[in-house]
Design a protein around this ligand. Structure first.
Ligand SMILES: Cc1ncc(COP(=O)(O)O)c(C=O)c1O
Length: 450
């Protein structure tokens, strides 16, 4: 029996990987202060740290790379990128950035005042950190099902619209420079946002004169879920669904390292010409001229192709199908996973897998370390280490790079996690030894609690 999806590509270039001996893995992890961000990639067998910038480019993208124009100003690769973004989003003003967080920084630096409040279905970590760094207060408004790892609801990434209205009543619209919707909702286990919810949020935003912004890193995966699950969208081209979604918003920020199928890149797209000019001036100050924004012409050329490829329904069916297969198999093995699987990752519920480790001893971080020791697999904690006090669950994310791993790689991950589960009582908790602030997870060091 097949895995339930059809492959949309075959392999042309290979990259060797190897599995270190267990004793070597133990030593590497100790040297890395039990933080897998500090490991060298050669020390990793299967890397599920992130789906960001880790995808494989297509032959059409590599061809575009060779054909790119590296002119400082007005390059034709910028024009190709610009036209692609405009045609997907329908937004007139586009600024390229070197990645998503640069677009976040420039946008918030141009719109926030001290004391501003920014609602989001759930802020991604860099978005939260940028709002905080620029004097604002990030507020997460997930729906209650998002916090239930067993609810099979279709759109657990939605925003709590009543909560949004309460927030606006409490603070007043003038203190809210923008409402954000993150599609898919990465921090809420990669769950999608329904078109109905996006429409409801957009109506509230319009009624109060507040701009609605999309964090569009995984908008194509989100639109594929809308096509699969929401009434009235079955069989529609994903491009059309995307047009409708962007049509509800006043602008978007995008890390193009996800659904742009690029290894680097990001952008901001806006309807407001005056805001665009403010952001453009800041972009020139910190990223580069407005026709390259911190990217090489070849990056822009590859993104112009990748952004369109990511909207292909057969590519998306394979992508989402692969993640779903991993989640379904893990669940069948008795591993507690957040349900249903999201678009780009499967999230393991570390608190339930390791119930003997209290939240204060960071069960997610403990599981990340155990998985590396067991199978050379790198995952990432999305719990108290990454989110601090905002953490509602202790999850470990297995993010699947796009077009990179085959079923055999994922089967290895399932075996490794099953072995961790069999000996879960031997896994010990972790204590933060070094690192502070909202981005501490990148650089922190830990000690095992022995
Ligand atoms: C939802 C979301 N927003 C923003 C970002 C930041 O993008 P970048 O890593 O390109 O700076 C990410 C990155 O993972 C993300 O997942």
């Amino acid at each position: 029996m097949g895995p339930g999806w059809r492959r949309a590509y075959k392999t042309k270039v290979v990259e060797p990987i190897r599995l270190l001996e267990r004793a070597e893995r133990e030593q590497r992890l100790l040297q890395a202060g039990y933080n897998v961000f500090r490991l060298d990639s050669e020390d990793i067998y299967i890397d599920l740290l992130t789906d960001s910038g880790t995808g494989a480019m297509s032959q059409a993208q590599w061809a575009a790379l060779m054909d790119a124009d590296e002119a400082y100003a007005g390059s034709r690769s910028f024009r190709a990128f610009h036209e692609t973004v405009q045609s997907i989003t329908g937004m007139p003003h586009v600024l390229p950035t070197h990645q998503g967080r640069a677009a976040e920084h420039i946008y918030f630096a141009s719109t926030l005042d001290r004391g501003s409040v920014v609602p989001n279905n759930t802020h991604f970590d860099t978005t939260r950190a940028n709002v905080l760094a620029l004097g604002g207060r990030p507020v997460d408004l997930p729906v209650s099902e998002a916090l239930d790892p067993d609810s099979a609801a279709s759109f657990k990434g939605d925003m709590d619209v009543d909560g949004l209205e309460r927030l606006i009543r409490t603070h007043g619209a003038a203190r809210i420079p923008a409402i954000f919707l993150t599609v898919t909702n990465n921090t809420a286990a990669g769950q999608p946002v329904s078109m109905a919810n996006a429409r409801a949020v957009s109506e509230v935003a319009r009624a109060h004169g507040i701009p609605l912004m999309l964090d569009a890193a995984r908008y194509a995966e989100n639109c594929f879920f809308v096509r699969e699950r929401e009434e009235g969208y079955g069989g529609l081209p994903v491009t059309e669904i995307a047009r409708e979604l962007f049509g509800l918003a006043d602008g978007c920020l995008m890390s193009a390292k996800k659904d742009g199928l690029g290894n680097i890149g990001g952008f901001m797209a806006l309807r407001d010409g005056a805001l665009f000019q403010r952001c453009r001036d800041r972009l020139i100050l910190v990223e580069g001229f407005s026709t390259y924004g911190g990217l090489a012409g070849r990056d822009l050329a590859a993104l112009a192709v990748g952004l369109r490829e990511a909207l292909d329904a057969s590519y998306l069916a394979e992508r989402v199908g692969q993640v779903r297969w991993l989640g379904t198999r893990l669940k069948a093995e008795g591993i507690p996973v957040y349900w249903p699987p999201g678009g780009h990752a499967v999230y393991v519920d570390a608190a339930r897998l390791l119930p003997h480790i209290p939240v204060g001893q960071l069960p997610g971080q403990a599981l990340v370390c155990a998985l590396y020791l067991e199978g050379g697999v790198r995952a990432v904690e999305v719990g108290s280490v990454m989110l601090g006090e905002a953490a509602q669950m202790e999850l470990v994310r297995l993010a699947i790079p796009r077009r990179v791993y085959a079923q055999e790689h994922l089967a290895w991950v399932i075996d490794a996690l099953s072995r961790v589960r069999e000996r879960s009582d031997e896994v010990v908790g972790m204590r933060l030894a070094e690192g502070e602030g909202p981005l501490r997870h990148f650089v922190a060091r830990f000690d095992p609690v022995i």
